[in-house]
Design a protein around this ligand. Structure first.
Ligand code: TXA
Ligand code: MG
Length: 331
């Protein structure tokens, strides 16, 4: 299969719409990461997503709709806090889990009672969702376990020959996947942290829990139990109290004639003068924005990416650290 990358415009949106309505999958940009979309009412099309990605069959998909779509066609929105969250944070990088009305097919929900819904903010995604006017289910547009894509080229590198069309809407500005929030209980519960933070949700709802995923738990967000986000090179992660270990690992690789890179925020620049650097920028937002891009750049030129980070879990750091720990193998 020939894979075409088209700049997002009225013509390419029309082409994507027709492919989707014909049961094909299309890679689409969102403000978080690129998604691999299919019409959520078409079981055959949805199955293709799982095949293309090599995705475990018990890991459900998020249904994306535009901001004027009536969510209550798809899910039961019972809790008052959920209505407040929709008003406050959508369109945007927030995915809400409700009891499903069964409109989106079982292949997408993996037979579960709940459905995750999201209204993306990305202009191109909204154009396409409006044109289609049906839920588009989409996981991140990477091969299962690999780092999520934030450019059309990243998608191409994973899915060349497996999809007909990649809509190129530029680099995703968020850089990490949406916050996934369970809205079926009395208190909203974060299943996957992201740019809509616990603190932001608490401000609107008064309370917000974070799901703990331990071995042996019945996991509510199946995706979190799999290894994830890993680049193709070796990785390591050190905290601010372990800089000497990071340096000695780096030098160890150098002395073997290998190419190590340090990946860190600019706050560590002084410590690593003269080292090969993959810079994550200054703030935690920069870090989110750059993380996957730098991991994917790193895998093309480094034998090892040695990540160095502050061990912080407030605000956006929670989502960033969750990705960093999984991608660099330190849980
Ligand atoms: O930002 C994003 O969320 C991107 C873009 C494309 O929208 N999508 C994305 O999809 O990250 P994916 O499939 O890579 O991750 C979806 C996460 C997984 O951890 C999955 O287990 C969880 O959401 N999820 C999906 N449906 C769920 C449900 N009904 N209940 C609980 N968790 C669910
Ligand atoms: Mg994913």
């Amino acid at each position: 299969m020939q894979t075409e990358i088209l700049k997002l415009n009225a013509d390419s949106v029309e082409k994507a719409k027709n492919l989707l309505l014909n049961g094909e999958v299309v890679a689409i940009p969102t403000e978080t990461v690129y998604g691999l979309g299919a019409i959520g009412l078409n079981p055959t099309a949805v199955k293709k997503i799982f095949e293309i990605k090599g995705r475990p069959s018990d890991n459900p998909l998020i249904a994306h709709v535009h901001e004027d779509y009536d969510l209550s066609k798809l899910v039961h929105i019972e809790k008052g806090y959920a209505k407040k969250l929709i008003k406050e944070f959508t369109p945007g990088p927030l995915t809400l889990v409700f009891y499903s009305k069964g409109v989106v097919c079982d292949e997408a929900t993996c037979g579960g009672k709940t459905l995750a819904v999201r209204i993306p903010e990305h202009k191109g995604a909204r154009q396409l969702l409006k044109a289609v006017n049906q839920p588009i289910v989409a996981p991140s547009a990477n091969l299962s376990k690999h780092t999520s894509p934030v450019t059309a080229n990243h998608v191409y590198n994973d899915l060349n020959g497996k999809v007909k069309l990649i809509l190129d809407g530029g680099k995703c500005k968020g850089g990490i996947e949406s916050t996934v929030l369970d809205c079926t209980g009395e208190v909203p519960r974060i299943l996957r942290a992201g740019l809509i933070t616990k603190e932001m949700i608490e401000r609107v709802c008064g309370a917000c829990e974070i799901a703990e995923h331990k071995d042996g738990d019945e996991v509510k967000s199946p995706g979190v139990k799999y290894t994830h986000y890993q680049p193709k090179c070796q990785t390591a992660l050190f905290y601010e109290s372990e800089l000497e270990s990071a340096k000695s690992l780096y030098n160890n690789y150098l002395s073997q004639g290998k190419v190590p890179y340090i990946m860190c925020q600019t706050a560590f620049d002084k410590e690593f003068k003269g080292y090969n650097i993959l810079s994550l920028g200054e703030s935690e937002y920069d870090m989110a924005n750059n993380l996957y891009d730098k991991l994917l750049e790193g895998e093309t030129k480094a034998d090892i990416i040695i990540a160095v980070a502050f061990e912080r879990y407030d605000g956006v750091y929670l989502g960033v650290m969750n990705r960093l720990k999984k991608s660099c193998g330190r849980l």
